[in-house]
Design a protein. Structure first.
Length: 169
């Protein structure tokens, strides 16, 4: 889970972080142009997670809160960090983002406790924090993420018609 902290060590303005197993079928400049769509307090762009990871991991919260959308397909499903746009300048200047990355006032602990969440994948901690802070969940400021178009998500065979494909090695 280094992505959420790269703004502290890299001198760059913006960064696109990609999984190593990707094959682009479009100019990566199209992906870079999505930085221009960031608004307000948004510091990163991440695609939706198409797997049921959060649906299963958050089952205890869902059992205690029937009717919740948390973990369901759509904006509360989670993020896929195979393709992430980091606006490092905005990350450095965002008090809200700093609060999350330093667990100020125990804000991340409170999120994990509220949603009965225990992470077992490093990058999923960041996914969790930024997914639920964008929505109706516990939040200490404005949304800090924007969702990338589905064409920039990979990981399943049925996505082969899209612009990024998992490489077969």
């Amino acid at each position: 889970m280094i992505g959420p902290f790269l703004h502290r060590v890299l001198p760059y303005r913006r960064l696109i972080m990609l999984d190593a197993d990707l094959l682009f079928r479009v100019d990566i400049a199209k992906l870079h142009s999505l930085f221009d769509d960031f608004s307000g307090a948004e510091v990163m762009g991440v695609g939706p997670d198409l797997a049921p990871h959060y649906y299963h991991v958050l089952r205890f919260y869902r059992e205690a809160n029937p009717g919740t959308d948390i973990g369901s397909p759509g904006r509360f499903q989670g993020f896929n960090t195979g393709v992430v746009l980091y606006d490092l300048d905005r990350m450095r200047g965002s008090a809200v983002y700093k609060a999350y990355t330093t667990n100020e006032g125990g804000c991340v602990d409170k999120l994990a406790e509220k949603y009965v969440y225990k992470s077992h994948l490093g990058d999923q901690v960041g996914d969790f924090t930024h997914t639920w802070t964008k929505g109706k969940g516990l939040r200490i400021g404005p949304p800090i993420t924007t969702q990338l178009p589905i064409v920039y998500v990979h990981g399943f065979p049925y996505i082969n018609r899209l612009n990024i494909l998992p490489l077969k090695v």
